[in-house]
Design a protein around this ligand. Structure first.
Ligand code: SAM
Length: 339
């Protein structure tokens, strides 16, 4: 096939379907490579670093929400149960992973000793692969899991998932590298936030990772004023905007390419302040927001997370990073958050 310009490719992709279908098609088509093949990826350092950041986030913000606080006999007496250790809400340890993809975080959740995991994603092939990955988990404590193919930004989970599954709230809702797809419209963001807040227990944790709007817009703003090509990046990633600005603040689209991972998929800017204001409407309040390099600076010497850097192949056994500068720049487009 002769070369197709980026514009032609985007037009062709969207003519066929809407943005959502481009996203679904892309993720469904990506092969689920095994652990050994994954190690051969040209951006293995970056992928490993992303996984390390997610492990830090899960350990710091999901573990406390999952931890069972002991019930004193007096408290148990007060509950009229007379039996210590049994809370009226049931045992803790339920996780809802919205945009779970191929189940790349299942091992991290096993290590968090969860009891039950519900994975939901719009890409049905990925959901099937996630389910298979759960069945073939060899190491770590066992937990029950169920998987559903569903657009979490267009449908309420309570209308689509078995009522018994949602009758008890979740301790943690996780949205890793996927929440930005909701920012196509305010309606989708509100639907996503309802799905989080309706299913999260009071005091539970909502954690996630998203591109950092301020960095993206800063790089966009640094392009020459008369430039028609609104793209920037390096040997690892390319971001191409269609418009310099967007009002209202939803649907500010760019096309994202990440070598060996994402093949030019439409994504949307997430303005942090807008997100926080809207989340407050649903009783969700931020407790943590860090750029990825800050997560690294805060945790790379930590007794628990420093050894994990080597175990997760972010650094080699001499402590040398497996990321070159371009991978490091691509990794730092993202921020981690907890609400
Ligand atoms: N969370 C996984 C991880 O960290 O490995 C997968 C991240 S992948 C970059 C983004 C995921 O978001 C894809 O699996 C995609 O299908 C999912 N996604 C995008 N839009 C969605 C929607 N409307 N509802 C549910 N999942 C969606």
């Amino acid at each position: 096939k002769l070369e197709e310009s980026a514009d032609d490719e985007e037009r062709r992709k969207r003519r066929k379907t809407g943005d959502v279908d481009v996203v679904v098609e892309h993720y469904n088509a990506r092969p689920d490579v095994g652990v050994s093949q994954r190690q051969e990826s040209v951006i293995i350092g970056l992928k490993s670093f992303n996984n390390w950041v997610k492990s830090v986030l899960i350990t710091r913000f999901a573990h406390p929400a999952l931890a069972e606080s002991p019930i004193s006999p007096a408290e148990a007496e007060g509950m009229g149960r007379g039996r210590a250790g049994e809370r009226p809400g049931g045992v803790k340890g339920r996780v809802l992973d919205m945009g779970c993809g191929k189940g790349g975080d299942l091992t991290k959740w096993a290590k968090a000793r969860i009891k039950e995991y519900v994975g939901v994603d719009i890409a049905a092939v990925s959901v099937e692969q996630a389910s298979q990955r759960h069945s073939s988990l060899r190491s770590g404590p066992r937990f029950s899991a169920s998987f559903y193919a569903l657009d979490c930004y267009d449908h309420l989970l309570r209308d689509r998932l078995p009522p018994a599954l949602l009758s008890r709230p979740f301790d943690v809702v996780s949205m890793q590298f996927c929440m930005h797809y909701a920012f196509e419209s305010e309606k989708k963001v509100r639907c996503m936030l309802r799905n989080v807040s309706e299913n999260l227990r009071p005091g539970g944790s909502f954690i996630g990772t998203i591109p950092d709007a301020s960095q993206l817009l800063e790089k966009l703003g640094a392009l020459p004023e008369d430039s028609k090509d609104l793209s920037f990046g390096n040997s690892v990633y390319t971001i191409r905007f269609e418009e310099r600005t967007q009002r209202p603040l939803f649907g500010h689209r760019y096309w994202f390419f990440l070598r060996d991972a994402v093949d030019n998929v439409p994504e949307y800017v997430v303005h942090w302040e807008t997100f926080v204001q809207m989340a407050a409407d649903y009783g969700l309040y931020p407790t943590y927001r860090r750029e990825f390099h800050q997560v690294f600076e805060e945790h790379h010497k930590h007794p628990e997370f420093a050894p994990l850097l080597e175990r997760m192949h972010v650094v080699d056994k001499n402590g040398e990073s497996k990321m070159d500068e371009d991978q490091w720049e691509a990794a730092n487009i993202y921020i981690a958050f907890a609400l």
